[in-house]
Design a protein. Structure first.
Length: 266
């Protein structure tokens, strides 16, 4: 059982949802990434989704698109993301890391080469937003041979057949996109129903982490009452964008602590 599965099991045993924090590697610079990840982990993040910079982030809204642009300008990349995870492990930080992004950079590197590099770096799972479950085996199988998981996505429109396909993957958790749209949309536009989350949990046999639109500690607490995980991305990235030079890690740590308090007070 890898770090991610252990952490999700520990959260479930403790009766609390996991706090999953998204960050873009290389934003505001590659040199800052490890410090920002560590600040998030120290402040209470249970899992880090580390975004791989990509030129065409079609599933993301303006906040994360801007972060991708900043990261690419600063030298962020797939190799850089893997190097950041390796540096994180070398520093002694054992927070589970899900490498998050689009399939193109992985395909260009080659899935076998990528899988070997991800395992060597200390990546626990990979989430590719544009690789559907029907085609995921071309990535999942090379990763599985090296002990790295995949995290599938489900949406409000996902059918029972899609749930069954996800169940067959036995994932460490499922990322439920709580609305049809791009990252950064308002939570008020979503209907995060406890019944739907429970249906997904039963249908997939996996913990359900809910994301999209969670901006405040109150939002995190509300979602945490019904989900096994709470995913916060754009609201965290916006703290980085507005932080003074050298202040990104502190800004992220302070905000993650607020989110953690909101979840724990649910």
């Amino acid at each position: 059982m890898n770090r991610l599965r252990q952490r999700m099991a520990a959260c479930q045993a403790a009766g609390r949802p996991a706090l999953v924090i998204y960050l873009t590697q290389g934003d505001p610079s590659p040199a800052d990434t490890v410090a920002i990840v560590r600040a998030a982990a120290d402040a209470g993040a249970d899992v880090i989704e580390l975004g791989v910079p990509f030129s065409d982030p079609s599933a993301d809204g303006p906040v994360i698109q801007a972060a991708m642009e900043r990261a690419l300008t600063a030298g962020g990349s797939l190799p850089g993301a893997l190097e950041a995870v390796a540096a994180l492990r070398k520093s002694g930080c054992d927070v589970p890391v899900v490498l998050f992004g689009y399939y193109n950079p992985l395909f260009v590197m080659g899935v076998d080469r990528f899988a070997a590099a991800a395992a060597e770096a200390g990546v626990d799972a990979v989430l590719t937003v544009d690789l559907p479950v029907e085609e995921i085996d071309e990535l999942r199988l090379p990763l599985a041979r090296r002990g790295v998981d995949v995290v599938p996505l489900l949406a409000p429109t996902s059918t029972d057949d899609r749930l069954a396909r996800v169940r067959a993957l036995a994932p460490p958790f499922v990322y439920y996109i709580s609305l049809t749209g791009v990252t950064g949309a308002a939570l008020s536009a979503a209907t995060v129903a406890a019944e739907r989350v429970d249906q997904l949990r039963r249908g997939t046999g996996a913990p359900i982490a809910v994301g999209f639109g969670i901006k405040t500690a109150a939002d995190a607490g509300a979602v945490g009452r019904i989900a096994d995980g709470v995913v916060v991305g754009s609201a965290v990235v916006s703290r980085i964008a507005s932080a003074p030079p050298g202040g990104a890690a502190a800004a992220v740590g302070a905000f993650v602590a607020e989110l953690r308090a909101g979840i724990d007070a649910r």
